[in-house]
Design a protein around this ligand. Structure first.
Ligand code: FMN
Length: 207
């Protein structure tokens, strides 16, 4: 009985302390979601180890919980964390674009050790937005878990529409009627870039 009473007092104390903590946070204006949004940066230098798959699964689960038109989930997502396959894809992109600086082309993955390839459902006119929102959820949840990321459009240009890279697009195995449209590179950051400026002048209230 004595042990039970002590336990109840302890639990009560913990509740009071944790609530006090919540109030402190509210009063000081801290908000974890806003802080995470404002602190995220595109990362273009990574440590070599890929993001572990348990963490990636959590991040991808956040991705597919993004708002999306009519809940059609008009995306398909493929993840590559095999360094040999990523290296082959970079070589193929460089070979497919002999007119471009090969190092620049190979650098389009920004050396992220985990690459997410996203395709959109061509039969749905809002699928590009769905894919964008999915991507944002991936990047923000990644950041909250200490994983850096960068949204990448250029690999779509280098990988699509040429015979050299086609085997790699085929290997991603997107369904018929889906078009590869966006990449996200992920990994542990090896740089701390500062915030890029934003123009709030593009935003206004209209009365
Ligand atoms: C649709 C899209 C395509 C992008 N493509 C590339 C890209 O090919 N290479 C790259 O380094 N960054 C790319 N970015 C990242 C942007 O350059 C970056 O988000 C922007 O400069 C703002 O910086 P921040 O993300 O650090 O706030 C892309 C971002 C978006 C949304």
């Amino acid at each position: 009985m004595k042990t039970f009473n002590l336990l109840m007092i302890g639990l009560g104390l913990m509740t009071v302390l944790s609530c006090a903590n919540c109030n402190d946070k509210q009063e000081s204006g801290e908000n974890a979601v806003i802080e995470n949004i404002m602190a995220r940066r595109s990362i273009r230098k990574y440590k070599s180890e890929p993001v572990d798959r348990e963490t990636m699964n959590k991040i991808l689960e956040c991705g597919i919980n993004a708002p999306n038109g009519q809940n059609k989930q008009s995306w398909e997502v493929r993840v590559v964390d095999n360094p040999a396959l990523l290296a082959e894809m970079k070589e193929a992109m460089a070979a497919a674009h002999p007119d471009r600086d090969p190092e620049m082309v190979k650098g389009c993955f920004r050396d992220a050790p985990t690459m997410v390839f996203i395709a959109r459902d061509l039969s749905y006119d809002f699928s590009a937005y769905d894919c964008g929102l999915l991507s944002q959820n991936i990047m923000l949840s990644a950041w909250s878990l200490g994983v850096g990321s960068v949204c990448l459009g250029s690999p779509v240009r280098f990988l699509s529409g040429n015979d050299v890279c086609k085997p790699y697009i085929d290997r991603l195995g997107f369904s018929e009627g889906y078009e590869f449209c966006l990449c996200i590179g992920l990994g542990y950051a090896d740089e701390t870039p500062s915030a890029k400026p934003r123009d709030f002048g593009k935003v206004r209230f209209v009365d």
